[in-house]
Design a protein around this ligand. Structure first.
Ligand code: HH2
Length: 272
């Protein structure tokens, strides 16, 4: 039976991601990791070839293609999960869709490559439009908002309108407040506390808190691998406020927690 949430498992084919850089950089390791996450309950596998952590070095298009397309091609055969490509580049998204991906996760919400919207529309793919203030080089330099939730909502609404104008059906658009992307600790907490206001936009809301540094700031957990409990706490509260998709590294633990939380919130709701 369908669960009232989806888990997006992170497959970073990168040497420098903030929490697992280098762990799945080899093609076979990335594929094996993706299959393991699908077996643990991820229904979306988010394959990325470029880190978005603050001050990450940009990756050339050819290199990002080489990292991601072969991994997407194999994972797309999995019957358990659909494959998402985490990219801001048109050619990388196109190659991934050619290789069987059915979801495009763009942390710039089609601002870096506006043509991505038309591509997603033509392929009838699902997409995630994420909020980020500035770019990964500058985003953590004194981020400011009038009201962080209202500003993020206005941005997401504008980007969704753009996607719809380019032909993407509304029901294939997910939105994401972009936890940690140009936000202070207080901004992140405010967005999580008021997730219901983002849900009220009418799109599926994606939450990406997994292992992020705000958990360390709050609970003193220097090693990102140890941040699953903080990740789960934030995700369970976001579920209660209506978020639908949870982008996580620790799939088995997250699935267990979210399943129990969902059953508690709605005893008549779907169970596995
Ligand atoms: N966070 C990261 C990357 N992509 N996409 C969405 N939609 N939402 C997020 O919160 C999000 C994202 C950062 O996490 P990770 O991929 O583990 O790190 P890195 O960017 O260093 O590879």
């Amino acid at each position: 039976m369908a669960l009232p949430f989806e888990i997006m498992g992170v497959v970073n084919v990168t040497p420098d991601s903030f929490s697992d850089g280098g762990e799945w950089f080899e093609r076979d390791a990335a594929v094996a990791h993706g299959l393991e996450l699908a077996a643990e309950g991820a229904t979306i596998l988010d394959v990325g070839g470029e880190s978005t952590r603050p001050h990450a070095l940009p990756v050339l298009e050819e290199e990002e293609l080489l990292r991601t397309a072969p991994v997407v091609r194999i994972l797309a055969r999995s019957p358990r999960a659909i494959v998402s490509i985490d990219t801001t580049k048109l050619a990388v998204a196109e190659a991934a869709l050619d290789a069987g991906a059915r979801y495009v996760n763009d942390v710039t919400a089609f601002r870096d490559a506006p043509e991505l919207a038309g591509l997603v529309a033509d392929r009838r793919a699902r997409c995630c439009l994420m909020h980020m203030l500035g770019d990964p080089r500058t985003m953590q330099e004194n981020p400011r908002y009038d009201d962080v939730v209202d500003d993020v909502k206005a941005f997401l609404w504008e980007r969704a309108e753009f996607a719809v104008r380019e032909g993407v059906p509304e029901e294939l658009i997910d939105v994401d407040p972009g936890i940690g992307f140009g936000k202070t600790l207080e901004h992140n907490l405010e967005l999580l506390r008021r997730t219901d206001e983002i849900v009220a936009l009418g799109f599926n809301v994606v939450i990406g808190v997994s292992r992020k540094s705000f958990i360390h700031r709050l609970a003193d957990v220097p090693d990102p691998h140890d941040r699953a409990p903080g990740t789960i706490a934030a995700n369970v509260l976001a579920l209660e406020r209506g978020a639908r998709v949870f982008r996580v590294h620790d799939v088995a633990e997250s699935r267990q927690a979210l399943t129990v939380a969902a059953a508690t919130l709605d005893p008549d709701g779907a169970r596995p």
